[in-house]
Write a protein that binds this ligand. Structure first.
Ligand SMILES: [Zn+2]
Length: 359
């Protein structure tokens, strides 16, 4: 009914007023997941901001309730920088012909393609330096809406990648230390009740378990630590996006790409983090042998698959070293330490300081 306005995915191609009603026709130019198709009806006020970058050009439109218009006109300008960063990480915004929209909704948020629902009270998170809902839901335009998991079993490709995108944004805006702190906060929410990859072919998604978000994000971060080459890691993310945009992807596709790009076999890494619900536990002991005047580090992984192994960064008095624990005890001579930090770049492992070797 007039004068209410109707917003949907895509662009408005027609509106006809008749007998006190208005019929709105919206057109979507791209493939779209059924759960992303939506419409909103409200007493909306609209404003627009043009977006332009090296890779794309389109109109951003914002639909908000009248009493929020002034707030929104300031608050939503952050979208420019967010889209700019994501284009830099992954590739061009997927839907230039449909534009980008934020539409005020009575619920917190939802990644409806090119017409994201926004209901987060126009508030930034101080340690994020941005509005969490805008940051997270916008990342879904790349991960979830453009690259879609074939099965809910692989839903971490939507949620884990979107959640990791938040951390990449923090790194790009506040630096690497802030990125690590943000990931540390995410890791607190991991429950390890079930594996990252869930039962296949049965539409399974446990909405009460956030591991596909937070563990998914930490697995990407841990992979980045293992690869230990940031330009190669970001090439993997961009290539994975480019190969599967406007289409589907599986967790196996991602593993295959990592193996191809690195020339190494990451199968044991992913078998652990995809299918074993427990967090690998790094057991270690620093031992100073007064008789020899030498220091040793003993280490191994437990609560992990037998073939699991990955490099772990340690810091001895501000110098970083890599150790390569397996599930068998190893011993390395190390400098005599005043301070020792195990896993200094927060790979997703638990650690246990064991007294096993203490004499
Ligand atoms: Zn999400």
């Amino acid at each position: 009914p007039a004068p209410l306005y109707c917003v949907a995915n895509g662009i408005l191609i027609d509106s006809v007023a008749e007998n006190g009603y208005i019929t709105y026709t919206w057109k979507v130019h791209y493939p779209i997941n059924t759960y992303n198709a939506t419409f909103y009806i409200g007493n909306y006020r609209k404003f627009t901001i043009p977006y332009q970058s090296d890779s794309s050009q389109f109109l951003m439109s914002f639909f908000v309730l009248p009493y929020n218009l002034t707030k929104a006109q300031t608050h939503f300008t952050q979208v420019i920088d967010i889209i700019n960063k994501y284009e830099h990480f992954y590739g061009a915004y997927p839907w230039p012909n449909d534009g980008y929209k934020l539409v005020e909704s009575p619920y917190e948020g939802m990644e409806h393609q090119s017409a994201i629902a926004y209901g987060n009270r126009y508030k930034n998170l101080s340690y994020l330096g941005a509005d969490y809902i805008i940051l997270h839901e916008t990342a879904h335009e790349w991960w979830g809406n453009s690259v879609t998991a074939t099965d809910y079993a692989d839903i971490w490709i939507h949620e884990g990648f979107a959640t990791y995108s938040e951390a990449l944004y923090v790194e790009a805006t506040q630096g690497y230390e802030a990125y690590l702190r943000y990931l540390l906060v995410q890791s607190i929410f991991i429950r390890n009740k079930q594996p990252l990859i869930l039962p296949r072919s049965v539409n399974f998604w446990d909405y009460n378990d956030g591991d596909v978000y937070f563990k998914g994000s930490l697995v990407l971060h841990t992979l980045r630590n293992c690869i230990n080459n940031d330009s190669l890691f970001s090439d993997i993310l961009r290539t994975f996006y480019r190969q599967h945009r406007y289409s589907f992807a599986t967790s196996q596709d991602f593993l295959d790409l990592v193996n191809a790009k690195t020339g190494q076999d990451y199968t044991p890494f992913f078998r652990q983090y995809y299918y074993n619900r427990s967090c690998p536990e790094l057991q270690w002991e620093y031992y100073y042998d007064a008789y020899q005047g030498k220091a040793f580090l003993f280490y191994r992984f437990q609560k992990a698959n037998e073939d699991f192994s990955m490099p772990v960064r340690i810091k001895i008095d501000d110098t970083a070293y890599l150790i390569r624990p397996t599930t068998q005890w190893q011993k390395a001579e190390v400098p005599i330490a005043k301070t020792l930090v195990i896993n200094s770049n927060y790979s997703y492992v638990a650690q246990k300081h064991t007294k096993y070797f203490r004499k």
